[in-house]
Design a protein around this ligand. Structure first.
Ligand code: ADP
Ligand code: 5GP
Length: 209
């Protein structure tokens, strides 16, 4: 019985907890989930490893890849290019794994347009105050960047109306469980399934009208 993986886009304001959630899901469910490593033209931050956090490439190489149709979606964020390599997505879907794409909303909407069966999940902080304290607690950004991220978060929250699911990341484990459950439920949706193949595998006789 052919059971393809689900393409799951995870977006949300910076500091809402996307990386934390996706990191746990992938760590604990290697058999069922795959993470696509994006290409970016931005420089690596301290501690980031090429091929693990991103594939770091030059803007020229990015544009060449883009014109060669390598990207399922791409976007320019804060002056840098980011793109999802389509072949990585296909590889995991064929392996029957759910694929997590941790990308921004403009990228998510491009994925949905190309792959209507993909699922768009918006991760929200439980409150504005919590978002602020998580951004400060992360200790990765200076005050100016935190202010900018908080400002951007206001607009980003409204974009969730274009998404399929809204997951509030209050208690971490609950948010992780919700996203795993969304993947499991989506795999059971009838439009994804080849019912005739399933009935055959169950050895049901052919239905005669
Ligand atoms: P994003 O990837 O969306 O920018 P992060 O995953 O980096 O966000 O999370 C921002 C900060 O909030 C991190 O320091 C992380 O450890 C913390 N965090 C994430 N989820 C929770 C949660 N449910 N409860 C408390 N802290 C959290
Ligand atoms: P950062 O530079 O902080 O790692 O990421 C900046 C933003 O780019 C985040 O919102 C992140 O989700 C988004 N992003 C990362 N990879 C991709 C990608 O491949 N495509 C798109 N559209 N956005 C991405």
């Amino acid at each position: 019985m052919r059971d393809l993986g689900v393409v799951m886009v995870v977006s949300g304001p910076s500091g809402s907890g996307k990386s934390t959630i996706c990191g746990h899901i992938l760590e604990d469910n290697k058999e069922d989930f795959g993470l696509v490593v994006s290409h970016t033209s931005r420089a690596p931050r301290e501690g980031e490893i090429d091929g693990v956090h991103y594939h770091f490439i030059s803007p020229e190489k990015f544009l060449e890849n883009k014109s060669n149709g390598l990207y399922l979606e791409w976007a320019e964020v804060h002056g840098n290019y980011y793109g999802t390599p389509g072949d990585q997505v296909e590889k995991f879907v064929d392996m029957q794994k759910n694929v997590i794409l941790e990308i921004d909303v403009q990228g998510g909407l491009q994925v949905k347009a190309k792959l209507p069966k993909s699922v768009l999940i918006f991760v929200s902080p439980p409150s504005y105050e919590t978002l602020e304290s998580r951004l400060r607690g992360r200790k990765t950004d200076d005050e100016e960047v935190i202010k900018k991220r908080l400002e951007n978060a206001v607009g980003e929250m409204h974009k969730s109306s274009q998404y399929d699911y809204f997951v509030v990341n209050d208690e971490l484990q609950k948010a992780i469980d919700s996203i795993i459950l969304i993947g499991e439920s989506e795999r059971k949706r009838v439009p994804r399934l080849n019912l005739n193949e399933i009935f055959d595998s169950m050895r049901f006789p052919k239905f005669q009208k």
